[in-house]
Design a protein. Structure first.
Length: 253
């Protein structure tokens, strides 16, 4: 009985291994047949398309500002004068978005004749982040897009300070639009609060908490007819609720 049981177990092991080996062989046979069939199908489609002029001859691109048309057109270069129906639009769309940080979304379609239409939405930079060595654009998700192009004159707030990037979105999104227009830079101080540097060379010191209210209070001060001249003021400390401590610029006697 023991010998027969051992023989049976050995037979089952051989049977399983044999089945596994056969499965692998069948898989590779089907795989190569499929590859050859796909190649043949593409050849047939391309031949028919050439006969009836269903070939790619033009690529129309809209929505570009930072990315060049030439850069996007390169993805279609190998498909010109080939069938419009064998262009892997989904794959190209995914590759373009993956390899171009400025692109937020992309839509690609063809006219079922000879033309590809591409519509691109680029990220609009929210601010510029300074990491102590480089100036970088960030989007409204707080993600770095690209290095700053010094040839473009942009009115964007500059963010700096330790851990400033991860904490900046909440401040910027809560800033009143009027204050944004006045702001040149924002600094994250001691990993806990913000200073705002305005275009008037004024420093606004915000509290650690309730800084939204402090910013509104500053605007009330700024709009006050009796407080329009800021040339002699170095900073306004808004850290104490409902108070503004003004520091004047020291003049040489």
């Amino acid at each position: 009985m023991t010998i027969n049981r051992k023989k049976l177990n050995l037979f089952n092991i051989i049977k399983r291994n044999y089945f596994f080996l056969i499965s692998i062989i069948v898989f590779f046979i089907l795989f190569f047949i499929l590859i050859r069939n796909v190649s043949n199908i593409n050849y047939i489609i391309n031949s028919i398309s050439l006969r009836y002029n269903f070939i790619l001859s033009d690529v129309s691109i809209k929505g570009l500002n930072r990315v060049s048309k030439e850069e996007i057109s390169l993805y279609f270069e190998e498909y010109f004068d080939k069938s419009i129906f064998i262009i892997p639009i989904k794959t190209i769309s995914r590759d373009i978005k993956k390899e171009n940080q400025w692109i937020e979304s992309i839509s690609i379609r063809n006219d079922l004749k000879s033309k590809i239409f591409i519509s691109i939405k680029e990220w609009q930079p929210l601010a510029i982040y300074y990491n102590e060595s480089k100036y970088l654009y960030i989007n409204d998700n707080g993600e770095i897009i690209d290095f700053v192009d010094n040839s473009i004159n942009e009115d964007l707030i500059i963010i700096f300070g330790n851990n400033s990037l991860s904490n900046s979105l909440l401040l910027i999104n809560s800033m009143p639009s009027e204050l944004k227009k006045l702001t040149l830079r924002i600094e994250y101080v001691n990993d806990r609060r913000w200073n705002i540097y305005t275009k008037d060379n004024l420093i606004i010191k915000l509290p650690e908490e309730n800084y939204t209210e402090a910013m509104k209070n500053y605007l009330d001060i700024y709009k006050d007819n009796n407080f329009t001249n800021l040339d002699n003021i170095e900073s306004i400390d808004m850290r104490i609720p409902k108070k503004a401590i003004i520091k004047f610029i020291k003049k040489d006697s």
